[in-house]
Design a protein around this ligand. Structure first.
Ligand SMILES: [Zn+2]
Length: 369
C-alpha cells in the first residue's frame, strides 16, 4: 500500500527475524547451567547461589519432591508433567516447564547483573534467543508491542469503518443501476480486512512467541505485503475493468501463494522472506509518489507524509535498544510510530475516493446525452 504501509508489512516480516537465533545472553555459562538444572529439578537457581535467587516452578516439580524431568517424563516414566500451574495465567498463556525455566533463569541472571553493576557499572542487558529481557505482564512477554499492535488494529478498524461509511455516500454514474464512480471500494475494504488480520496475528505472536504463532504472524504479513503490492498496481495503473485486474492479480497471487507454501512446507527461510518483502516494498513505495505527482493528486502530501514517516520510524528498527523500564523496546516503539501513519493512509484513501468520484462525476456530466 502506501509505500509506508508496505514497509509496515515488511517490518512485520522482519519482526521475528532473530527469534530462534542464539544471543549473547543464552550463551552465558550461568544461564545455561541454570536452565539445565531447572530442566531436571524444576527450580531456577544460579550458581553460586544468591539470596532470593531460587525459584521452584509449581507444576514442574514433582509433589513428592522428586524430579519432573524434561522430556515429558517423570523419573523415566511416561507420565506427562503438567507444566507451570502458578500463577493462573501461565497455563492460560501456554507456558511450559522449559520456557518457564528459561524465563526465570533469564530474570535471575539479569537481576544479578544489575546488582553487580551497582559496584561495577554499567549494567548492559543482553538478548536471550534473539529477544530482550522483558518484564512479563500476565504471561505476556512483549506487552508494549501487544498494546501498540492493538492500536494499529484499531486504527485500521476505524479507517475501514469510516471509509465504508463514506463509500455508501459516493456518487454513482448517471445511468440507472450503475456502480459507484470510485471503482476501488471493494479493494480498499479488503485491504482493511487483510491489515486487521495481520495485526491480530502480531498481537498473538507478541503475546506468546511459539513456532506456531510465529508462522501465522509471518504468513499473514506476507499476504498483507502481497496484497498491498497488488492494490498499488491496480490503483496507480487505474485498472477498472475486471479483465485487466484479473490479468494483473493472477501472477501476484501466484507468486505470493508460492512464497507462502515454500516458507511453510519447504524452508522457513528468514533471509529469503526478507528479500521478497523488501523487493515488493521498494517497488510499490516508488509507485505511489510517482503516480501521485503524475496525476497531481490533491492528497499527495499524505502519501509523502506516510512514506517519510515510515522511513523515519524505520530507524527504530535499525537502532535496536534494550527495553526501557523492561517494557518499551525499539520494536514496540516502531509499532507505536506506525499508528498515526495508518490513520493518515486511510485519510488519503478517503481523499482519493472523494477526488476521483468528483472528477468522474464532472466527466460524466460532460458526456453528450
Ligand atoms: Zn512486531
Amino acid at each position: 500500500m502506501g509505500g509506508g504501509v508496505v514497509v509496515l508489512g515488511v517490518m512485520l516480516c522482519l519482526s521475528c527475524l532473530q527469534l530462534s537465533a542464539a544471543s549473547s545472553g543464552d550463551r552465558r555459562l550461568d544461564f545455561r547451567q541454570c536452565v539445565e538444572n531447572c530442566e531436571v529439578t524444576g527450580c531456577a537457581v544460579l550458581w553460586p547461589p544468591v539470596e532470593g535467587g531460587r525459584h521452584c516452578i509449581k507444576g514442574c516439580v514433582a509433589e513428592d519432591g522428586e524430579n519432573s524431568g524434561t522430556a515429558g517424563t517423570k523419573n523415566g516414566s511416561s507420565a506427562k508433567w503438567r507444566g507451570p500451574t502458578e500463577p493462573w495465567y501461565l497455563p492460560l498463556t501456554q507456558w511450559d516447564c522449559l520456557s518457564e525455566c528459561k524465563y526465570q533463569c533469564m530474570v535471575r541472571v539479569e537481576t544479578r547483573k544489575k546488582n553487580e553493576a551497582q559496584s561495577h557499572p554499567p549494567y548492559r542487558a543482553e538478548q536471550y534467543f534473539g529477544k530482550w529481557p522483558f518484564v512479563r505482564v500476565l504471561g505476556i512477554e512483549e506487552v508494549a508491542s501487544v498494546v501498540f499492535s492493538i492500536f494499529n488494529l484499531l486504527a485500521h478498524a476505524y479507517g475501514l469503518w469510516s471509509f465504508s461509511k463514506l463509500a455508501a455516500t459516493l456518487p454513482r454514474s448517471s445511468s440507472p443501476g450503475s456502480p459507484s464512480l470510485y471503482g476501488f471500494i471493494g479493494l480498499w475494504k479488503l485491504f482493511g480486512v487483510i491489515s486487521i488480520n495481520s495485526w491480530v496475528w502480531s498481537i498473538v505472536f507478541h503475546s506468546r512467541s511459539t513456532t506456531f504463532t510465529e508462522r501465522l504472524d509471518y504468513v499473514s504479513a506476507i499476504i498483507s505485503v502481497g496484497y498491498n503490492f497488488l492494490i498499488a498496481l491496480i490503483r496507480t495503473l487505474n485498472f477498472k475493468q475486471e479483465a485487466l485486474r484479473a490479468m494483473i492479480s493472477a501472477p501476484v497471487i501466484g507468486f505470493t501463494s508460492t512464497h507462502v507454501l515454500y516458507m511453510l512446507f519447504y524452508d522457513f527461510d528468514y533471509g529469503l522472506n526478507m528479500k521478497v518483502c523488501l523487493v515488493l516494498a521498494i517497488l510499490q513505495t516508488t509507485f505511489w509518489p510517482i503516480w501521485a505527482i503524475a496525476v497531481k493528486h490533491p492528497a499527495m502530501g499524505k502519501i509523502f507524509f506516510v512514506d517519510f514517516g515510515m522511513l523515519a520510524a524505520l530507524g527504530l528498527e535499525v537502532f535496536d535498544f534494550p527495553p526501557l523500564f523492561g517494557l518499551f523496546d525499539s520494536h514496540s516503539l516502531w509499532h507505536l510510530a506506525t499508528v498515526p501513519l495508518v490513520s493518515c493512509w486511510w485519510s488519503f484513501v478517503q481523499d482519493d475516493a472523494r477526488w476521483t468520484s468528483k472528477v468522474a462525476a464532472l466527466n460524466d456530466a460532460k458526456k453528450p446525452l
